[in-house]
Design a protein around this ligand. Structure first.
Ligand code: NAD
Ligand code: DAU
Length: 334
């Protein structure tokens, strides 16, 4: 089996490559990644170029490059490549439109022309928008609120159209908030852990009572494997953990774990259009494919906090700008 992983140098993509190569030693993995500020080959240290793993620096919006890769023969494409940070999409939505929408369209066109058995679009619970009560099932209305969420929703709709119009073997997964090793320290959990370790302020948006459903990244990777192996073309699968926490719950857990004072918490101006709560009904993937999140919040968080303690070099190089030179431009002083 030959699998093209796009965005494999990012947080979830690199965790997926670690996971899938352990589970399927006979699979050939091609990792196509543009290496934006969020892409980091240090996430894949130890993976040597070999007949079963190849890294290609490239862009999913590059039709010629995508076509030539697919023409070589690929069985499965899984698309992680994206601009993924909501705050950045509020500052400038352009790269979100290019990569998340146009990039998906280029991949779909490439698949239309070449023989690919399965395409998995890694999407998000943010497409359903904010929920006061209840949970979003796969047939809930799509009500994205940020430019990021709108770009991911547009990509989902393109995937659906390519399935309906051309019968492309497309499957969409919509997962809740991930956390774990290799997450770029602009996102809440790694930002809080690394700032706390450095004794810096912890910026909490608004009243800190926004709710997210948190899933350990390896549970997500296992769900993606399950969809690749057992999913049906044309289907959408929510991937959730049922673990709902307020942002303050998260911050307090981390500060307690690190034995740091809550005086580090600083309430700051809220994110514009900040979604109050996401919550997924993941009963379809549990019922139809037999997947269920397995890692408890306490276990996942303890592992994650420990990983950031053990891998200071990794995040200090990012935060200092040494690795990408990018971080400080947006996060100076945070
Ligand atoms: P990330 O920002 O950590 O990684 C994105 C990766 O995509 C980087 O390696 C980057 O270099 C690469 N990339 C960006 N533009 C590209 C392009 N034009 N061509 C090729 N590569 C490009 O993101 P992540 O958190 O790992 O998210 C991965 C996917 O999962 C995204 O599609 C995201 O929408 C989705 N998702 C994320 C979460 C989450 O909690 N992080 C939850 C649900 C779904
Ligand atoms: O729900 C899935 C989504 O989760 C993914 O699709 C996105 O790619 C991913 O970035 C994530 O989006 P969020 O906006 O939920 O994640 P983020 O870590 O940016 O923020 C989580 C919550 O914490 C949110 O309510 C905003 C808040 N927050 C975030 C930061 C960075 C703070 O209060 N302070 C902060 O400094």
């Amino acid at each position: 089996m030959k699998i093209l992983v796009t965005g494999g140098a990012g947080f979830i993509g690199s965790n997926f490559i670690h996971y899938i190569t352990k589970q399927h030693a006979d699979w050939k993995v091609i990792n196509l990644d543009k290496l934006t500020y969020a892409g980091n080959l240090e996430n894949l240290k130890g993976f040597k170029e070999s007949p079963s793993y190849r890294f290609i620096k490239g862009d999913i919006t590059d039709r010629v490059q995508v076509d030539s890769l697919l023409r070589d023969g690929v069985d499965i494409v899984i698309n992680f490549a994206a601009e993924s940070h909501v705050d950045r999409s509020i500052q400038d939505s352009s790269p979100f439109i290019d990569t998340n929408i146009k990039g998906t369209q280029v991949l779909l066109e490439g698949i239309r022309k070449n023989q690919v058995k399965k395409y998995v679009q890694v999407s998000t619970d943010e497409v359903y928008g904010s929920l006061e009560i209840g949970k979003s099932a796969e047939n809930a209305s799509l009500l994205p609120n940020s430019p990021y969420a709108a770009s991911k929703t547009s990509a989902d709709l393109l995937c659906r159209a390519y399935w309906k119009t051309y019968g492309l073997p497309v499957m969409i997964t919509r997962c809740s908030n991930n956390y774990g090793p290799f997450q770029f320290p602009e996102k809440l959990i790694p930002l809080v852990i690394t700032n706390a370790l450095e004794g810096k302020d912890i910026p909490v948006y608004g009243d800190g009572m926004n709710v997210r459903e948190w899933i350990y990244v390896e549970d997500h990777c296992r769900a993606l494997e399950c969809v690749i192996l057992k999913g049906s073309p044309g289907e959408i699968y929510n991937v959730g953990s049922n673990i709902e926490k307020t942002n303050l719950d998260i911050v307090r857990f981390i500060l307690k774990e690190l034995d740091k004072s809550e005086s580090l918490i600083k309430y700051v101006t809220d994110r514009p259009g900040h979604d109050r709560r996401y919550a997924l009904d993941a009963s379809k993937i549990e019922r139809e494919l037999g997947w269920k999140a397995a890692i408890s919040f306490k276990e996942g968080m303890k592992k994650t906090v420990q990983w950031y303690i053990d891998n200071k070099d990794w995040w200090q190089r990012i935060k200092s700008g040494e690795y990408t030179g990018y971080y400080d431009r947006m996060y100076v002083g945070r």
